[in-house]
Design a protein around this ligand. Structure first.
Ligand code: P61
Length: 459
């Protein structure tokens, strides 16, 4: 490997897409019409879009060329077999069922494996994952290490599982009540934090002892592997592709939203090693997604995914991808902005409780901050706090998470270093005016995943 200096991108730009600049009066109207919810803004009203890294990556010329090779046969598309081969070769899982995106795979695995009254321990919840577990009759139990809930803790592997806590949950409920452990690489809601190989190996040993499966949310597995390579003893010289394979080999199956790591605008899959579960999934997918050789996707989408999987495992790609996120994070830290530390891999998470200490959590500080950043500059971010956490299934009360965050999510291969500078300038501007910012009141609340469509008004 050549000695490298900065994280500069291993590509050059061939095509550009204009973005829109707006003035303050325009944005005041736009955010009011959107009910102070950045999910309800129109994309044309956004300057730099940091809502999500999901489906927002720039595809490569190879992927676009692959799109032209779409085989749109209803059954047995050649692109399906290319995708199957890419997954088997790079991730090592035996069987795959394509789905339209990650939650399609979560739906299938939850319906097949979870029975009413089951417990699913995992390293912090994810919104769609937990909801599918609950809809199948299960209850999610958080067994992530306590450091993950502390935005100031600089522990490097905040995605680790607290194995003592997990063993207690197994002993208390009985292994037969636990269909699988939900293990994510990286942990989105904790700030894009990785799990260590050491912890994963110990988890495998513990689950083997009790005969419990591990289902891997591998949405950002290559980013996790990059952090293992950078920070974990024994991995400095191991290519990301090999670390990814080792992670997958320690698990029994996986759900994937290919809209992140795998660099496509749409797509996902369920991957399994157990033939019986695969048989059930292959049967179920035809009800909800489509035939088992397309799962809701066009042939061209599967081809782009097969190529994107390979590109995502390149060390040079990952170094630039995470390098850009870390560049922005470090700039914000240097400016004294409270963010989740250490800096994660797919975005920067502002600590809204520290940013707006005078706004109580029931006035939605992260939702408020996200709206204020949009007002300042047209930069769109996402609330990851009490609104996202939703209501307790039993009591109906708000869940008040320890982490009340605003996510500045960086799409892959899309924005430049100058964009990162502008984002930092805008956050600093809002920070300097923070004392004048008041909270919000929720005036419309949908039943499921309320953060997508809830509406607010100013207090
Ligand atoms: C995101 F506000 N993530 O981060 P699907 N697992 C993991 C994900 O990050 C993930 C899915 C499963 C999104 C999109 C999104 O509350 C929200 O392909 C670790 O989106 O179905 C998705 O994959 C689900 C945004 C999802 C949200 C749910 O922006």
């Amino acid at each position: 490997m050549q000695k490298k200096r900065s994280w500069a991108e291993p590509y050059k730009i061939k095509m550009v897409e204009p973005v829109y600049m707006t003035d303050l009066n325009y944005r005041i109207k736009a955010i009011e019409e959107a009910g102070y919810n950045t999910f309800l803004l129109k994309s044309k009203d956004v300057y730099i879009d940091l809502l999500t890294d999901s489906g927002t990556s720039a595809m490569s010329d190879r992927q676009w060329a692959g799109m032209m090779l779409g085989d749109e046969a209803y059954a047995g598309s050649r692109n399906f077999y290319n995708l199957e081969e890419a997954i088997q070769k790079n991730y090592g899982y035996k069987y795959i069922v394509p789905t339209h995106q990650g939650r399609g795979a979560e739906h299938l695995i939850s319906q097949i494996m979870i029975k009413k009254g089951d417990i699913i321990p995992g390293n912090m919840y994810f919104t769609t994952t937990r909801l599918h577990q609950e809809l199948a009759g299960g209850t999610f139990v958080d067994v992530i290490v306590p450091e993950a809930h502390d935005s100031e803790s600089t522990y490097l592997f905040k995605g680790d599982i607290d194995l003592d806590k997990l063993e207690k949950v197994i002993e208390e409920n009985g292994a037969d009540k636990i269909p699988y452990i939900a293990m994510a690489t990286t942990v989105n809601m904790a700030g894009g934090q990785p799990i260590s190989m050491a912890n994963l190996k110990a988890l495998r040993e513990l689950t083997n002892k009790y005969g419990i499966k591990i289902i891997h949310d591998m949405t950002r597995v290559a980013e996790n592997a990059f952090m293992n390579q950078q920070h974990e003893e024994g991995y400095a010289n191991t290519p990301i592709a090999e670390i990814v394979r080792e992670i997958c080999d320690l698990t029994d199956g996986a759900t994937m939203s290919a809209k992140k790591d795998a660099l496509v605008n749409i797509g996902g899959f369920l991957a399994l090693n157990d033939e019986d579960i695969f048989d059930q999934a292959r049967n179920l997918v035809v009800i909800y997604e489509g035939l088992h050789t397309y799962g809701g996707l066009a042939g061209r989408d599967m081809e782009a995914m097969a190529i994107g999987i390979k590109e995502s495992l390149s060390d040079d790609h990952m170094r630039a991808r995470v390098g850009q996120v870390q560049y922005l994070g470090q700039k914000l830290i240097d400016a004294g902005i409270p963010i989740v530390k250490p800096i994660g891999t797919h975005g920067i998470f502002l600590d809204a409780k520290k940013f707006l200490p005078h706004v109580p959590q029931e006035h939605f500080p992260a939702q408020t901050l996200s709206a204020e950043i949009y007002l300042d500059s047209g930069v769109r971010t996402m609330e990851r706090g009490v609104v996202s956490a939703g209501r307790d299934k039993k009591t109906g009360e708000h869940r008040f998470p320890k982490l009340e965050l605003v996510r500045l999510t960086i799409p892959r291969r899309v924005y430049t270093q100058a964009h990162m500078d502008v984002i930092c300038e805008s956050v600093c501007e809002v920070y300097s005016n923070r004392e004048n910012i008041k909270g919000l009141e929720m005036i419309y609340e949908p039943e499921y995943l309320r953060f997508f469509q809830a509406r607010f008004k100013k207090r």
